[in-house]
Design a protein around this ligand. Structure first.
Ligand SMILES: [Zn+2]
Length: 130
């Protein structure tokens, strides 16, 4: 897995700008992959299906880190308006849903532009054996 800084650079290039959605999406996907034990989403492309719940900036970053695309049938979109994604490990049937808490918005002063380090919190759930 790349570092947060490396993914943010790639996300900025792919999305066109660094925004809060890129930071959230990168961190959300990194956490999801880590929870599933997927170290290299490129090498293990066929192991993962990702469900995103919003069609905003965050989805571009999730798709980048999880290496999933609609055209490859590895990215599924459910329009529920949530900054959340569920990562399904096809190898063992485990899944983890990562969602940005509403409180993650409140911690960042409104006057500040998004930075790579603004605080966020996540929760995860799993239907696996852990
Ligand atoms: Zn954006």
């Amino acid at each position: 897995m790349k570092t947060l800084a490396e993914y943010l650079d790639l996300a900025t290039q792919a999305h066109g700008h660094l925004c809060a959605g890129q930071v959230l999406g990168v961190r959300l996907a990194m956490l999801g992959l880590r929870e599933l034990g997927i170290e290299d989403s490129v090498a293990e492309r066929k192991r993962l299906v990702t469900y995103v719940e919003i069609d905003r900036c965050v989805t571009d970053a999730v798709a980048l880190v999880a290496n999933c695309r609609l055209g490859k049938r590895a990215l599924k979109f459910r329009d529920w308006g949530k900054v959340a994604a569920t990562f399904v490990d096809l190898k063992n049937g485990r899944a983890v849903r990562i969602a940005a808490k509403e409180s993650s918005k409140k911690r960042r002063p409104a006057s500040k532009k998004p930075t790579r380090n603004f605080p966020m919190t996540f929760f995860s759930t799993s239907n696996g054996s852990r």
